[in-house]
Design a protein around this ligand. Structure first.
Ligand SMILES: [Zn+2]
Length: 570
């Protein structure tokens, strides 16, 4: 492609609301344009990236035995009613009514419609396993679309659905998809971790997120520096080694702490050998309508989701000041487990604090020499927030913290949809059984932005070779005829070799051309200049390297090919 003919409308100024690097750079470099809140156009460069991403996904899905379909985005809502999701999806669903008054919606996900397809056309266990996928636009009316392609209202997803005869076969399908996802994410050139996101209802081994590590991701993760343990902080656990139990004979004492509610304030006020580790932090939550207390060691933070999980609560929030006063008869900051009337859940580690200092459930007072088991009872669970530096729960390694963006999610659905929709097949013994399903998503347009989040610098994007819109940009400097001719020659040879190449034939200064090449993020740049040509050389420079190197003009195509090969993960 010739730059002078390409539609690459770069921007000097980006809208103020664009703060994420991917949002800013994709707008600035002319990959995407916003049409409305959370709705984007893919300009030619963006479309090329999207196609390359899709091709990798498609190749690996096909190799794993999945078959591609294309389901409609416009869906009659009756199918959604069969599973009750027409109501539970609420305002997230784009709803519309056709001219005959029939309710329809734009598909936010396709479990129902694919289950209908299979119940209609698959009758026998002999037709299983079956895995169907599509790459298609999805629609969700997000309350706060933001961060460009990271959270849109219309976006492109690959969604796959597997159908199996039983749970064991479904696990095999799931493992096949897990392996395919590993290959996809490796080929995309992304640094990622497979994360146990939710160890809830379906069990830890049957759901995993593929999290791409970035500075700005909205998910907080920890990952071991030695083994492959990685988890969302909401479900992460740290290594816990119970200490030998020490029984204290010291009686509880009351300590005046006027106006000192916070842990740090109390530690500073009491001084001496009092540290946060000797204190118990007691927080009040309202879980499914009931006021409960969560207790962790004074130097730790409470994992709210962990508390909900420990209590089996569906809904949790921090108690209001008023609710704290009513439950403890004290101001905020003076709650404690001794004498507390409600349910208490205590972190494993906090049970080991001997002669602890806690709130007295009395304003301006704390209690000393408080011991779990002797002075109060509580349910024991892992409810503290895991931090960087904590021990790995699986090995001797140490946990490090990351930010991540979910790029893929795989899980076993079981018979949830097939039972609700009466989707059955005849097993070998002639009995009708519900399909056991799995579902596997990849946010294709989101991964385009995620790749930029992970691969950029202050000058622009640094695309991984596999998804770059062009692998090489040829940059002639000046108007010298020999330079033009040499650049055209290299451009032609690269094209003939099947390489995606952009020729910067614009009448621009070298500085502008270099700046734009960096902004666009093309992985390799071949610079053709008059002085180099006199010596028979051109420059080859990788976007990720500071220095260019000189290459014989005659061998630059071969060297470029070799560099591309080396950069592609197979
Ligand atoms: Zn480990």
């Amino acid at each position: 492609m010739r730059y002078s003919k390409a539609l690459i409308p770069s921007l000097r100024e980006v809208p103020k609301e664009a703060v994420n690097p991917s949002h800013v750079l994709l707008l600035r470099a002319g990959y995407i344009r916003m049409v409305g809140a959370g709705i984007y156009e893919m300009l030619p460069l963006g479309k090329r990236v999207l196609e390359k991403l899709s091709r990798i996904v498609r190749e690996e899905m096909d190799a794993a035995g999945a078959q591609e379909v294309l389901l409609p985005a416009l869906l009659p809502s009756d199918y959604f009613r069969e599973t009750g999701r027409y109501d539970t999806f609420g305002d997230t669903l784009f709803r519309l009514t056709d001219r005959k008054g029939q309710e329809c919606h734009l598909g936010p996900t396709h479990e129902e419609i694919i289950t209908d397809l299979v119940r209609r056309d698959v009758k026998s266990y002999k037709q299983l396993p079956l895995n169907l996928y599509q790459i298609q636009s999805k629609f969700r009316d997000e309350p706060r679309p933001r961060a460009g392609l990271l959270r849109c209202r219309e976006f492109i997803m690959k969604d796959a659905y597997s159908f199996d005869v039983d749970e064991a076969a479904a696990v095999t399908s799931y493992e096949t998809m897990r392996e395919a996802y590993h290959r996809i994410f490796r080929r995309l050139g992304l640094d990622y971790r497979v994360v146990q996101a939710d160890s809830g209802a379906m069990g830890g081994s049957t759901s995993a997120e593929f999290q791409v590590l970035t500075q700005t991701g909205e998910d907080r993760l920890v990952a071991c520096d030695r083994c492959d343990y990685a988890a969302n902080v909401e479900v992460a656990e740290a290594r816990f080694v119970p200490a030998e139990r020490v029984e204290s004979t010291n009686a509880i004492t009351k300590i005046a702490t006027p106006g000192k509610g916070g842990i740090d304030d109390v530690v500073a006020f009491l001084g001496g050998d009092v540290t946060a580790k000797r204190m118990l932090k007691s927080l009040l939550f309202v879980a499914d309508g009931e006021v409960v207390m969560a207790v962790v060691r004074g130097d730790r933070e409470v994992n709210e989701i962990g508390v909900a999980r420990a209590l089996g609560a569906a809904d949790i929030r921090l108690a209001t000041e008023q609710e704290v006063r009513e439950a403890t008869s004290a101001a905020v900051g003076f709650a404690g487990p001794v004498g507390f009337k409600g349910r208490i859940v205590i972190d494993r580690e906090a049970t080991q604090v001997v002669d602890a200092i806690t709130g007295a459930n009395e304003t301006d007072a704390h209690l000393g020499n408080v011991n779990f088991g002797r002075d109060f009872q509580a349910e024991v669970a892992a409810i503290r927030l895991v931090e960087a530096g904590d021990g790995c729960p699986r090995c001797e390694g140490t946990l490090e913290s990351y930010r991540g963006i979910e790029g893929g999610h795989i899980f076993i659905l079981g018979t949830h949809y097939s039972e609700k929709m009466h989707a059955t097949f005849l097993d070998a013994d002639g009995k009708a059984k519900p399909f056991v399903m799995g579902c596997y998503g990849i946010g294709v347009s989101r991964l385009m932005a995620t790749a930029v989040e992970q691969h950029h610098d202050e000058n622009g994007i640094r695309w991984p070779m596999s998804i770059a819109p062009y692998q090489v940009i040829v940059t002639p400097l000046g108007k010298d005829a020999a330079v033009q001719e040499a650049a055209e020659g290299i451009y032609g040879e690269l094209r003939a070799a099947g390489i995606d190449v952009l020729l910067d034939d614009r009448d621009e200064r070298p500085g502008v051309k270099f700046k734009d090449a960096d902004l666009l993020g093309i992985p390799l740049r071949i610079t053709v200049g008059g002085r180099g040509l006199e010596r028979g050389v051109v420059e080859l420079k990788a976007r990720t390297e500071a220095q260019a190197r000189e290459v014989e003009k005659g061998s630059v195509v071969a060297e470029t090919k070799a560099s591309i090969e080396a950069a592609l993960v197979r």
